[in-house]
Ligand binder design. Structure first.
Ligand SMILES: Cc1cc2nc3c(=O)[nH]c(=O)nc-3n(C[C@H](O)[C@H](O)[C@H](O)COP(=O)(O)OP(=O)(O)OC[C@H]3O[C@@H](n4cnc5c(N)ncnc54)[C@H](O)[C@@H]3O)c2cc1C
Length: 474
């Protein structure tokens, strides 16, 4: 690369795009309704998935796209909010959301600023740097993002459009909605019922803001065995927790990252084509084996002498006592000052205000596919049963046709589509599948307008003088 720094990288990116004749020229006919412009696609969420989707649509020539996020710029998603790991789990070299463009990779972003030697010396990606990369990605691709905007309600209209009511009163009209709303985008973080009734000053979920400084010298518990459990435990220990108890239901920590282990382009492109029972079988097996916490995160906890790992120790009860709490387990009660539930996320459509009008009609896997005996899974059963273009499908045909224009591009899409909608490795493949499906649907919907263009098109390629009259007559 001639020159250094991000300005030079951005120039190289522009050149790469020019060589590929990208972005494709805009082709979707403009629409207006009630004097208002209609967006081709509105994307809820400007995290990695929303940005990748917006960039893919832009490259495919879908021009009127708007990305909306309630978070301020640079604070979308978990990276600098509730993520508490030191580095990403993913290997640094993954192309992630780069959509096949070398100059759009994290590596190009990093090397442009720090050089190739620093890249070689880099272990894993510090999480705040990943956020910086996503912010640069958005700028480099000139993506149309509005921050500080909450989508309060998605409203199907009689004319086939969707209205997005924003908190604050504004309403946008669009033809398609993409929900790139994150891990909890179709529900919330999961807290076991036992926490209900226990004063909030005694517990939090790992998804929430936690005042770790206040845990100095305190007795802290963490429930769970995943990456978030370890990273929250480590953060509490580093903040000076006096004692740290990790409560793990299983008799041993999971050690093998199954699904990542078989990662391939076959899985990326083939999963969605599997018969239903095989989709279920793959994800049930991987889910039952569980994803281990990263080794770095685990060492970050175990190096503290006041950290205790309690295996085969499910939390069975929780109560307030003596100015603190008692965590009940088969191994006895533990008197603590604070408990962190690192218990993950769940689909709970009724908890998403923006889906209030759609939720009763959205078909889940359990509405169509009985859990195979011995492979029961609440997470799989409550996954949305998505169409090949990521759109929702109706529970009862005809009751909410608008669902065909609302696309779930977040983690719960995994059972229908494979891991293409959240994690870094295959996010580009997911964004391209989504974008191409939306492009196809828009073209088919606008077929009359495109046919009219075909009929009206009269720019000659031959000018009529190519074949001398003399020869034509012979
Ligand atoms: C702690 C943690 C660590 C992770 N580490 C890794 C890793 O190392 N490697 C890996 O591959 N994956 C990792 N993941 C998984 C995945 O990469 C992340 O969850 C990633 O953030 C997914 O991107 P996203 O765009 O789907 O969601 P998010 O980044 O969560 O973005 C969703 C956005 O939607 C916005 N939003 C939601 N609803 C609305 C609304 N109604 N109106 C307006 N805005 C809204 C939110 O504000 C948010 O910014 C991690 C996940 C977590 C939780």
């Amino acid at each position: 690369m001639s020159g250094t720094g991000l300005a030079a990288l951005e120039a190289r990116l522009r050149r790469d795009l020019e060589l590929l004749e990208l972005p494709a020229k805009p082709w979707v006919p403009e629409r207006r309704a009630e004097g208002q412009p209609v967006l081709d696609v509105a994307i809820v969420g400007a995290g990695m998935a929303g940005l990748a989707a917006a960039a893919a649509l832009r490259l495919d020539g879908v021009e009127r796209v708007q990305v909306l996020d309630r978070a301020p710029e640079g604070r979308e998603g978990p990276w600098v909010t509730y993520a508490r790991m030191e580095t990403l789990r993913s290997p640094k070299g993954l192309a992630g959301p780069a959509l096949g463009l070398p100059s759009l990779t994290f590596r190009a972003f990093f090397e442009a600023q720090h050089g190739a030697a620093a890249w070689d010396a880099l272990g894993k990606i510090p999480r705040a740097l990943w956020m910086d990369y996503l912010t640069w990605y958005r700028r480099a691709m000139a993506l149309p993002v509005r921050n500080g905007v909450e989508v309060a309600l998605i409203r199907p209209r009689e004319d086939g459009l969707l209205a997005l009511d924003l908190a604050g009163g504004e309403s946008l009209l669009c033809r398609r909605v993409v929900l790139a709303s994150g891990r909890d985008g179709l529900g919330s973080h999961f807290v076991p019922g036992m926490a209900r009734g226990v004063d909030r000053r005694f517990w939090a979920h790992s998804r929430e803001a936690i005042n770790f400084a206040a845990l100095r010298g305190k007795r802290v518990g963490v429930v769970g065995a995943g990456a978030s459990a370890m990273d929250n435990a480590a953060t509490a220990l580093e903040a000076g927790a006096g004692a740290l108890h990790l409560f793990v239901r299983r008799p041993a920590l999971p050690r093998v990252n199954k699904f990542t282990g078989i990662g391939s382009q076959g899985v990326v492109h083939g999963f969605a084509a599997l018969p239903d029972e095989w989709k279920w079988r793959f994800l049930h097996h991987a889910g039952a084996a569980q994803t281990p916490p990263p080794r770095d995160s685990t060492l970050r906890v175990s190096r503290h002498p006041q950290a205790r790992l309690h295996l085969a120790c499910p939390v069975t009860g929780l109560r307030e006592a003596g100015g603190g709490i008692v965590v009940e387990t088969p191994q006895g009660g533990f008197a603590l000052d604070f408990l962190i539930f690192a218990t993950g996320f769940r689909v709970a459509l009724e908890e998403r205000p923006e889906l209030a009008l759609l939720a009763p009609h959205i078909r889940l896997w359990r509405d169509r596919f009985p859990s195979p005996a011995g492979q029961e899974s609440e997470e799989l059963a409550t996954s949305p049963d998505l169409a090949p273009d990521f759109s929702f499908q109706e529970k009862r045909p005809g009751e909410c046709p608008a669902l065909a224009r609302v696309h779930a591009f977040n983690y719960p899409a995994t059972l229908s589509h494979g891991k293409l909608t959240g994690d870094i490795p295959a996010i580009s493949a997911g964004a391209q599948r989504l974008s191409r499906a939306i492009a196809a649907a828009l073209f088919v919907e606008d077929r009359e307008a495109h046919f009219e263009r075909l009929v009206a098109y009269d720019t000659p390629e031959l000018l009529g003088d190519e074949w001398p009259e003399r020869e034509a007559a012979e």
